[in-house]
Write a protein that binds this ligand. Structure first.
Ligand code: IFM
Length: 479
């Protein structure tokens, strides 16, 4: 079997997000976010779980950096909680909150780990939501002010500035299907949010470059959808897949990388909105060049044209809602993909990652890419030997990283890979029930326990070569 070795400058990392791991929700001057309000609303999360304590990273961050150092990773992708550094999202900044992230960044650098920052991973200050949230254009300008301040505080210590994580989720799950904070179910609002998130990205990117100059490296992370027609010979099914591609992918890639919203997206959603909220000059701002496009990948989708009566089956992968996240696509039905599946019910298909990367190469050949999230939730258990033998996760990671290597062989410019996630954490609407970490969190004691996948990842990082699955892992993975 050929060995899969990566280039010397390929970056191996792991990723987390503030609300999912920090806890300390009312400590150190942090203000409330929309996820505090949402998770504290009865019925919104599984078992009523909240991020109040989470993985207690707010208190254990030094210990967590030490774990990363033992893993040997070259980079750590984390997000800054906007309400921790600016409690109301406007006006006064909180020096304690800024000091927390500054300390984390110093600790990472001292451990030889590059800090990769995400400025927004869904925890909008609640005060801003009260003023309209992402449907209010002002939020985009306030976000740029916050970005500017973080650029001057953290400066050149940050190796990559990511404005947003998965604006698709923030807009469509937050404002259309309502399974994420702020829990609104208003299709038109979701499209306004799409645009204001895009605008905020461009404004923030320019603000960061104003402070740090052109050497500041910019990115945004998208959860791009690989969606195939059920019957590739059916024009109606092909059109269904096109619609999902427009809403899920090109609503972001278009303005970000081409400087325009796709004409078919505007036509598909014409009954929902006239897009009059897009103002002159916005697209130029959004089209500010980025150094790296972050790609999050987990699974694939399959759709067909829905001509029936009632509501078609919809997929958002993040919870059930009467309202669809797929605005203006009432004639599109999602079909169950063949397994195997992860504990999220997402199908496991590494070939989809290769397909996605190759299609990005074909459309944007000069755009460097980074896998900023990839990983899987499984029903992990601690066995009597005190270990977590997560063969299914090792297998998942192996096969997806192999796909990344295949993509590089096929000429795709992939610069790095970040496993989701460093540790078990608050999985949004699913609370603590779904575990994505390569390090297990015992939520009673907050003990960190390395799963087999962490040991396996450490070997990968140390050798820069994909370790093959051993027989035991292989057998378990096929069960
Ligand atoms: O946990 C999330 C993360 O916050 C964003 N990307 C997908 C992950 C798994 O659902």
């Amino acid at each position: 079997m050929t060995q899969r070795t990566f280039g010397d400058d390929f970056l191996w990392g792991s990723a987390t997000a503030a609300y999912q791991i920090e806890g300390g929700a009312t400590e150190g001057g942090r203000g409330p976010s929309i996820w505090d309000s949402f998770s504290h609303t009865p019925g919104k999360t599984l078992n009523g779980d909240t991020g109040d304590v989470a993985s207690d990273h707010f208190h254990r961050w030094r210990e967590d950096v030490a774990e990363m150092k033992k893993l040997g990773i070259g980079a750590y992708r984390f997000s800054i909680s906007w309400p921790r550094v600016q409690p109301g999202g406007t006006g006064e900044f909180n020096s304690g909150g800024i000091a927390f992230y500054s300390g984390l960044v110093d600790e990472l650098i001292a451990a030889g780990i590059e800090p990769v920052v995400t400025l927004y991973h869904w925890d909008l200050p609640q005060e801003l939501e009260d003023a309209g949230g992402w449907t209010n254009r002002d939020t985009a300008y306030l976000f740029a002010e916050y970005a500017k301040r973080m650029a001057s505080e953290l400066g050149t210590r940050i190796s990559l500035w990511t404005t947003f994580n998965e604006p698709w989720c923030a807009a469509y799950l937050g404002y259309a299907s309502g399974v994420h904070a702020p829990g609104r179910t208003d299709p038109a609002a979701a499209l306004v949010a799409v645009h204001h998130l895009n605008l905020a990205h461009g404004l923030a990117g320019r603000a960061i470059r104003d402070v740090l100059g052109d050497t500041a490296r910019l990115s945004i992370t998208l959860n791009l959808h690989v969606t195939r027609p059920d019957d590739p010979s059916s024009a109606a099914d092909l059109d269904a897949a096109r619609k999902i591609d427009a809403l899920g992918n090109r609503a972001f890639l278009g303005p970000l990388l081409d400087g325009a919203y796709p004409a078919d997206l505007l036509a598909d959603t014409a009954s929902v909105t006239d897009w009059a909220f897009v103002r002159g000059g916005d697209l130029d701002v959004i089209n500010t060049p980025i150094d790296v496009l972050g790609v999050n990948y987990y699974s694939t989708g399959r759709v067909r044209h829905f001509g029936g009566v009632g509501v078609p089956a919809q997929a958002d992968g993040h919870g059930d809602s009467e309202a669809s996240p797929w605005v203006g696509a009432d004639d599109v039905e999602f079909l169950q993909q063949p397994g195997p599946y992860t504990a999220m019910g997402w199908n496991i298909e590494p070939a989809g990652l290769l397909e996605l990367l190759e299609s990005l190469r074909d459309t944007y050949p000069d755009q460097p890419l980074m896998i900023t999230e990839n990983g899987a939730a499984f029903g992990d258990e601690v066995t009597p030997d005190g270990r977590v033998h997560d063969a299914d996760r090792v297998s998942y990671l192996h096969d997806h990283i192999a796909a990344v290597h295949d993509a590089i062989d096929a000429g795709v410019d992939v610069r790095g890979y970040f496993v989701w996630s460093l540790m078990d954490n608050f999985e949004w609407g699913y609370g603590y029930d779904r575990r994505f970490g390569i390090i297990r969190i015992d939520y009673d004691t907050q003990e960190r326990i390395w799963k087999d996948s962490a040991y396996w990842y450490r070997t990968l990082v140390a050798t820069n070569t994909l370790p093959e699955l051993d027989a035991e892992v292989e057998a378990a993975a096929t069960r």
